[in-house]
Design a protein around this ligand. Structure first.
Ligand code: G3P
Length: 305
């Protein structure tokens, strides 16, 4: 499995690359904004053009860099994509264009503009990374349109399920969907016992029972990890070539579960990559080995270094 870093901060990209574990970079307008604001705070004002150039140069030849379009109509998305690709790809031959799966909003737009843009760009040899994917159905259509990558947003799917269930959480909290399932299963059993005398058909259509059976899931999706796992299953069953980038990763345990799904890539922010490295027993072990090494005379051994 490949690991991408989900950031536009050049310092973070450089640092994570120096650790030897980064295979690519994903950005989006929010991450670019965050990085630009940090630069400004540090008194380093650069224009967006030079900044993106530097991201691509820092990533280097082997690491794809996803850059996102901003329009909602296919024609404009294609124009923006070509601009980004032709300006920045020559730097290190690594640009991938992020296109939302569906750019329709309540206010305006049509459902299919993203698909049209993906298809046109891929036919012209410009690789796309289809973003804001929240369901396996969307991922399937992105793959059919020819996408090189598809990015399901695991963390935001969890956010939505937790919000619907009224569960309070902080952005980086692990979402324990197994516990949720147990709670719902137990309540469902109790409810079925209470209504034991009712006809099967009435039970089947009872909204309370259906709610408990669904376990608060989103149309059959129980978590972000579950969504990614279902996409992996569909793509592998049908031999689809589109690579799956599990995105919107919020913590190390979620990253582990995403890796277990068999997805091709996980893109994670620096904070999650750091969290993956930590364990209190590792820290304790380092301290103990060091103190034992001193007692054993290692500092004498290494004196000449
Ligand atoms: O790669 C997508 C990612 O940047 C979104 O993450 O944490 O804002 O949902 P998040």
């Amino acid at each position: 499995m490949k690991i991408f870093i989900d950031t536009a901060k050049i310092g973070e990209i450089k640092e994570a690359i120096s650790w030897g574990i980064i295979d690519g970079i994903t950005t989006n307008p929010s991450l670019i904004r965050e990085a630009a604001e940090e630069e400004k705070k540090n008194g380093k004002e650069t224009d967006l053009y030079s900044y993106i150039e530097e991201i691509c140069r820092t990533a280097g030849k082997e690491r794809p860099v996803s850059l996102e379009v901003i329009s909602q109509e296919a024609d404009m998305m294609v124009k923006e994509a070509k601009f980004l690709y032709h300006k920045f790809n020559p730097i290190a031959n690594n640009v991938v264009i992020k296109i939302p799966i569906n750019t329709r909003t309540e206010e305006k737009g049509a459902d299919y503009e993203g698909l049209v843009a993906i298809n046109k760009l891929e036919k012209e040899g410009i690789p796309t990374n289809v973003t804001l994917v929240m369901t396996p159905e969307q991922a399937l259509l992105a793959a059919k349109a020819g996408a090189t990558y598809v990015s399901p947003f695991a963390g935001r799917i969890d956010d939505d399920i937790r919000k619907n269930l009224g569960i309070k959480f902080n952005k980086n909290d692990y979402f324990d969907f197994e516990l949720i399932q147990e709670i719902f299963k137990t309540r469902l059993k109790e409810q079925l016992k209470k209504q034991a005398e009712e006809k099967i058909s009435d039970l089947y259509h009872d909204s309370k029972i259906r709610f408990l059976r669904d376990g608060g899931n989103d149309d059959g999706i129980t978590s972000g990890v579950d969504c990614v796992s279902k996409i992996v299953n569909i793509f592998r069953k049908h031999g689809m070539k589109t690579k799956i980038i599990a995105a919107s990763v919020r913590n190390a345990r979620q990253m582990r579960e995403l890796a277990q799904t068999g997805c091709d890539i996980c893109t994670a922010p620096m904070s999650v990559i750091r969290e993956m490295l930590r364990h209190h027993k590792t820290e304790e072990g380092v301290k103990r080995f060091y103190s034992d090494a001193v007692h054993a005379g290692y500092d004498e051994l290494f004196k000449s270094l």
